[in-house]
Design a protein around this ligand. Structure first.
Ligand SMILES: C[S@@+](CC[C@H](N)C(=O)[O-])C[C@H]1O[C@@H](n2cnc3c(N)ncnc32)[C@H](O)[C@@H]1O
Length: 312
């Protein structure tokens, strides 16, 4: 299957990174190489791009897409390991990092990856194709832990009903496929709530986040990416749901906090200085034109911050 993925907020992201032609950049989520291609196109022979993805299929697609560039290095890794990747390449600091979080359209639309409730496939959902799968979680997790996963990562109101039905079904035989699970969820869903989108949507989102440890990797990835930024370097992050966006918003806001002395102190005694400034006060969202062309961009939010020259 051909790797098809429309890069989201492409111009906004590339412009927001403020690319220096001789700078060093990291695309932590290379996917099909869409954003990477446009970053690499703005570099001269002194510039460099490191394109990272944890999915071996994405690495193959990005390698093909970016093959015309001599100054692009493609590495299979988790972006949370950005420091290790850069150290292995002898790079101490970079001028920009992009994280375009989540799954690609290609991953969603490849039935055998098990991300989608539209196709019947083994319950998998592993971006890296390694480690714990959705099958393991659905069939082995304690009921209380499953409720927690569905409630927190899926914000699923009917988590308890769904988990009760999952446990009943798996007591008879393991739940093996996406459609088996989607049917169990649908049957567990109150009739009235079935009209509001597919009943399996939130559970599938929750399982995907749990399988890939997405929120923890995002938190680690943000901190590690910021640490490797050169002064004035930029970090651009595209998220697709509120759980991720909240993490990015809070982390960027924390970097921008300066003095933390009580407001009635006549002078600053804490000496804290902001480490970053926001490039985007409010998140950038897709234009109507982009949404007409790519409905999957509908929940995308882009936030960018810049490391301050004087940061500690
Ligand atoms: C939305 S797609 C990126 C698409 C890409 N920007 C483009 O324009 O083609 C997200 C990609 O990030 C990868 N990914 C998600 N989380 C990751 C992580 N923690 N580390 C490395 N890659 C990750 C996925 O495997 C997927 O290929």
């Amino acid at each position: 299957m051909e790797f098809v993925h429309k890069s989201v907020l492409l111009d906004e992201t590339i412009n927001g990174l403020n690319i220096k032609p001789d700078g060093t950049y990291v695309d932590g989520t290379a996917g099909g190489g869409g954003h990477s291609f446009h970053i690499a196109s703005r570099l001269n022979s002194e510039g460099r791009l490191i394109a990272i993805d944890q999915d071996p299929d994405a690495i193959a697609a990005a390698t093909e897409r970016l093959k015309q560039f001599d100054n692009v290095t493609i590495i299979r890794s988790n972006f949370s390991n950005i420091k290790g990747v850069l150290m292995s390449l002898g790079i101490c600091g970079v001028d920009g990092v992009l994280l375009d979080i989540g799954v690609s359209s290609w991953q969603l639309d490849s039935p055998e990856r098990g991300f989608s409730y539209h196709y019947d496939a083994p319950l998998d959902m592993r971006m890296s194709r390694e480690g714990t799968s959705a099958y393991d979680i659905v069939n082995s997790c304690e009921p209380g832990e499953l409720v927690r996963i569905l409630s927190i990562y899926g914000e699923e109101k009917f988590a308890k009903n769904i988990v009760r039905s999952i446990v009943k079904a798996r007591d008879v035989k393991p739940i093996e496929t996406t459609l088996e699970l989607a049917d169990i969820i649908r049957d567990a869903y109150p009739m009235k709530a079935r009209q509001k989108g597919h009943p399996a949507r939130k559970t599938f989102q929750a399982l995907r986040i749990a399988v890939n440890g997405e929120l923890d990797r995002l938190k680690e990835g943000l901190v590690n990416a910021f640490d490797v930024l050169n002064p004035d370097g930029r970090l651009a992050v595209i998220t697709f749901h509120s759980l991720e966006d909240r993490i990015v918003k809070k982390q960027m806001a924390d970097w921008c906090v300066g003095c933390t002395c009580p407001s009635d102190f006549p002078i600053c005694v804490c000496g804290n200085k902001p480490k970053a400034e926001l490039v985007t006060r409010k998140p950038i969202e897709p234009s109507e034109d982009e949404l007409l062309d790519n409905n999957r961009a509908r929940s995308a939010k882009l936030r960018i911050c810049q490391r301050r020259t004087t940061s500690a």
